[in-house]
Design a protein around this ligand. Sequence first.
Ligand code: UDX
Length: 433
Amino acid sequence: MKISVIGCGYLGAVHASSLAKLGHDVVGIDIDQAKIDLLSSAQAPFYEPGLPELLSETLTAGTLTFTTDMSLARGASVHFIAVGTPQQEDSNAVDLRAVESAFEGIVAHLSPGDVVVGKSTVPVGTAERLAEGIEAVGAHLAWNPEFLREGYAVKDTISPDRLVYGVRPGDDHSVAMLDKVYARALAHDTPRVITDFATSELVKVAANAFLATKISFINAMAEVAEVTGADVTQLADAIGYDARIGRRFLNAGLGFGGGCLPKDIRGFMARASELGAGDALNFLGEVDAINLRRRERMVDLCREVLGGTITGAKIAVLGLAFKPDSDDVRDSPALDVAARLAELGGHVRATDPQAIETSRRLRPELDYVATVEEAARDADVVLVLTEWREYRDINPVVLKSVVSVRAILDGRNCLNPVQWREAGWTYRALGRP
Ligand code: UDX
């Protein structure tokens, strides 16, 4: 199929190259010339395992091209809208300007029978509002939310765990076209839910709200564990054996960040309030608050281990990305904690395998170093804030010769306390004795 993908950020770049890999003829379109230049030379503008190889393969095969010229969408029969929907600067609501301008831009290039497919995460009611302009030119609108996780984006796009199509009742044409797009996943029995616009929009924010709630639930248990001497990781293991609960997304620690979970729960609350259903989502305000409290607790723990004062202490921060295998620092708990410690007068030296450049753009004032050894040299305390494999694998015996004081704070419950204590370290973690 000939397909256009409008918006070549995280979602769009991965979607465009994955569809090209599946054999479609894809044009990726974005207003950012620098991004298009990078993508056209098979370079990903962000760190995502497998994406550069996928770009290179599909660009060379000629099944993928990138452009800033919207008119090149003409002739494609399916047009995916994959632009960003960030949080508004002065409120919890979602900023829909990019979505609106993508829809305005594509309309002039549509032919009757084309299907415009929204992939961006939008407040419920957006599709219904945008459908009129698309249908006026004889094209169709569908909403097809995306559930990809950073770090697994290519795999999640090529082999999704479910497909959701939000369409007008009886719009068999859009369903048939999307079935052609996703023929390979459907041949592998991927579940497919066909529903209306509103449900498809809600599916995405509901899924992220559930995941955020699960993380904040276990972090709330961590708070209680901290005042009782209990161990939240053992608690998570024990409740996780109950198949109805499940162990995944029950890792207590610094909490969630990134470009999706925080802004999606806030946007969801804002939209529900507009619709008069704000009370239904009041609990998400608590989910957000529990999440943010973990960062404060980490700073408090650091102060405690330093004997009551952060000012002047040499603090090594390992990990800045919001999670491993990503260079994304949007709303990153790790970068936030590093910045707070520096603001409190700590001499913070921070490192990350991928996220130094992205961190520097947001927090130019911090001191960044390339390696664990440089960060930890003469440190009074070492903080692990993102659970990268190389940090989980650090040998405490080797690291102890580098630091000034053997104190390790495990912000992600990703280290083995026994091993660290046996090597002579003071080991402290969130939610553990
Ligand atoms: C999320 C959703 O998982 C994905 O389906 C959606 O499409 C986009 O948002 P992503 O933002 O890539 O994906 O990250 P995810 O793996 O969900 O992690 C989000 C945050 O939660 C990270 O900061 C992570 O460190 C944290 N987390 C995750 C925990 O603190 N504990 C856990 O048990 C799991």
